[in-house]
Design a protein around this ligand. Structure first.
Ligand code: BG6
Length: 304
């Protein structure tokens, strides 16, 4: 572990701006601090666990009970979901939300950009472990840019000889003052699958208010959020978080509410009040079919 951190720093550290260090339970993480913001990224899952623009409160919610165990999903931040969203379509023994969030990624690039933001790129390739779960050759790159905004771009490439189909999501957990005092704009008029009501299709007739457990997949949301209109209005923290997205037609909104929060070992009982997930997704019929050599980029930009 010490050797891994030393060699990562020797190859990729950017003086005081980006350094690798042992995180919780010794899992390696990158700590980024520049003039614009700070952030933290675990190599396991290429998982962003913190983002905070200078002079602002944290934008992402992290569970105080997150487990940080090798090969286990980390609760909070921005889990990278790939190559399937939700339970596996055929085999329920395969991990929920795919395997990208529980595997250790490799660092490929670090860079200071001209505007003072910091770029960190991580890569995941197929191995015998991934092929046992999903029999395809691939290259996955996550490019994270930490500036006044947080930009996350997930590019999947088919490096094999047969077309594959992949879904996924940037499963962002946002920090809010009190979930009962927020509303989400940008989804008005859209249809969604209500995963808590027999997958019935419903229409959003108002802004989204969270007053109970919510688990919805909204369709046709590719044109929302391009002008920063997909936003969380937070009446308690007196702020607005915007999410601009591309490469995605589906948006997932999730809050486990009280009973489900209590049932999750890595989720504090009352934690549902301080978070909401808005996920930039490729779910249901928005999965992507990539021929050999083809790529697809799913991206989101988060800002205040
Ligand atoms: C959401 C799903 O994306 O993720 C929910 O729509 C799920 O159904 C939630 O409960 C959390 O999933 P996990 O695997 O991280 O507990």
């Amino acid at each position: 572990m010490e050797n891994q951190i030393e060699s990562l720093n020797a190859q990729f550290a950017l003086t005081d701006e980006l350094r690798f260090q042992p995180g919780e339970n010794g899992l390696p993480k990158a700590q980024i601090n520049n003039g614009l913001a700070s952030a933290e990224v675990y190599l396991q899952g290429a998982h962003i666990t913190a983002f905070q623009p200078r002079g602002s409160e944290p934008v992402l919610w992290m569970s105080s009970l997150a487990q940080f165990q090798r090969n286990k999903a980390i609760r909070g931040g921005v889990p990278v979901i790939w190559p399937w969203f939700g339970p596996h379509a055929i085999d329920k023994h395969k991990p929920q939300h795919g395997f990208a969030r529980t595997m250790e990624w490799q660092v490929s690039t670090t860079k200071t950009l001209p505007d003072g933001s910091t770029l960190l790129q991580l890569q995941l390739n197929d191995t015998s472990a991934t092929r046992a779960l999903w029999p395809h050759a691939f290259e996955l790159n996550l490019t994270i840019t930490v500036g006044t905004e947080l930009t996350i771009e997930l590019t999947s490439r088919n490096t094999g000889e047969k077309t594959f189909t992949a879904g996924g999501a940037l499963h962002s957990y946002f920090a809010v003052g009190d979930v009962k005092k927020i509303h989400i704009d940008g989804l008005l008029g859209r249809h969604y699958i209500d995963q808590l009501d027999g997958n019935r299709i419903k229409q959003q007739n108002d802004a989204v208010y969270i007053r109970e457990e919510v688990d919805r997949i909204y369709f046709d949301t590719e044109d929302t959020c391009t002008e920063g209109i997909c936003a969380i209005f937070d009446a308690q923290l007196l702020r607005q978080i915007y999410i601009k997205r591309s490469g995605s037609h589906t948006t997932v909104v999730w809050n486990p509410w009280e009973n489900k929060a209590k049932a999750m070992a890595d989720f504090p009982d009352g934690g549902y009040r301080q978070m909401v997930c808005i996920e930039t997704a490729n779910a249901v019929d928005d999965v992507r079919h990539l021929a050999p050599g083809e790529t697809h980029t799913l991206s989101q930009i988060i800002g205040l």
